[in-house]
Design a protein. Structure first.
Length: 334
């Protein structure tokens, strides 16, 4: 039996959005082609030890595969979490999410939640019905992290495979393994080992209350697309995007953000039609440097952000009605 403690348990909101952690298949060895069948209450029932760590208030905002997360859903999620976190009786949030777009949702929340309270996302690479399912322990450790005083003011965190990551640096780097996530340019902020939470680093880049982005009253976000660059890229695709209401394009370019001839022509056409273009890279680690390309073709270097996160930042910058200089600044600062 757990030893009684005189310290009151934190009260956390346990928020479900779906994903593999809430999925099942007909076979205990099936790891693909699963269905989202379980809600957040079922996750709590599956891991009753959570109640030894915290009082939990369950909220099911979505119950979808994370590939279905849209910008409108991100807005709704941020707004509802901001409402929860503004309550004095809520000490923090643990959020379950699918892994496919986890890094984008986490980064969006990292920049738009107005709180210093702990916010910890977690997920699973294996469905709940699988042998050696990773979801239950991930969830248990996520609640441990959210209960830690060191998680306060640390921005949005992600707990996976015993590692604590900042939403700013996290990326998915393998399609199937349970150690699929890493932070290639920073490393994890800390670990959970033998039930002990240990932080070694913090994210010093702007987030949460220090972020300039406030989406609490927004009803929509600008359309921003990611184009994967390669030899023989069609410049016509950029013009077509502009004519279909796209306001920003992030190019996952070659090497250090180097644009192929087709992409160079494409971003020039897009600029003439009022579209902001950002150069990111197809490479999973390292920065994209400022270049003479940027002056000649009115592009913006993504610096340390991969294309999928550069898209999130560009959406927020355009929603804030920043001009070209302001957009360059946020890609330098965030």
């Amino acid at each position: 039996m757990p030893v009684p403690s005189s310290t009151p348990r934190p009260r956390l909101a346990l928020v479900g959005t779906g994903g593999t952690i809430a999925a099942t298949t007909h076979s205990s060895t099936g790891l693909t082609d699963y269905d989202i069948t379980e809600g957040v209450h079922a996750l709590l029932h599956a891991v009753p030890e959570l109640l030894e760590l915290a009082e939990l208030e369950c909220h099911q905002i979505f119950n979808v595969d994370s590939r279905a997360m849209s910008s409108l859903m991100l807005l709704e999620l941020s707004q509802k979490l901001n409402d929860l976190l503004s309550r004095p009786d809520i000490d923090g949030v643990v959020l379950t999410h699918g892994t496919d777009t986890l890094e984008e949702s986490a980064f969006f929340l990292h920049l738009t939640l107005k709180t210093h309270k702990p916010v910890v996302l977690t997920a699973a690479m294996r469905p709940a019905s699988a042998l050696s399912a990773d979801g239950p322990l991930n969830l248990h450790n996520a609640v441990r992290v959210a209960c830690s005083p060191q998680a306060q003011g640390a921005g949005v965190l992600v707990l996976l495979n015993d590692q604590i990551h900042s939403a700013r640096f996290l990326s998915k780097q393998h399609t199937t393994q349970v150690n699929a996530f890493g932070s290639p340019d920073a490393g994890p902020l800390g670990l959970v080992a033998a039930g002990q939470v240990r932080f070694a680093m913090r994210c010093l880049l702007p987030h949460t209350l220090d972020s300039v982005f406030d989406v609490r009253s927004l009803a929509a976000l600008p359309k921003v697309q990611v184009f994967y660059d390669h030899p023989d890229t069609l410049a016509e695709l950029y013009r077509s995007a502009a004519q279909n209401g796209v306001r920003g394009i992030v190019v996952a370019a070659t090497g250090n953000g180097s644009l192929t001839p087709g992409a160079l022509e494409g971003v020039s056409r897009a600029h003439r039609l009022g579209v902001t273009c950002v150069r990111a890279s197809r490479i999973h680690a390292g920065p994209v440097s400022d270049s003479a390309y940027d002056q000649d073709h009115h592009t913006i270097a993504a610096h340390w952000l991969p294309a999928q996160k550069a898209r999130i930042l560009l959406m927020l910058g355009l929603a804030a009605q920043l001009d070209e200089a302001g957009l360059r600044d946020i890609f330098q600062d965030y």
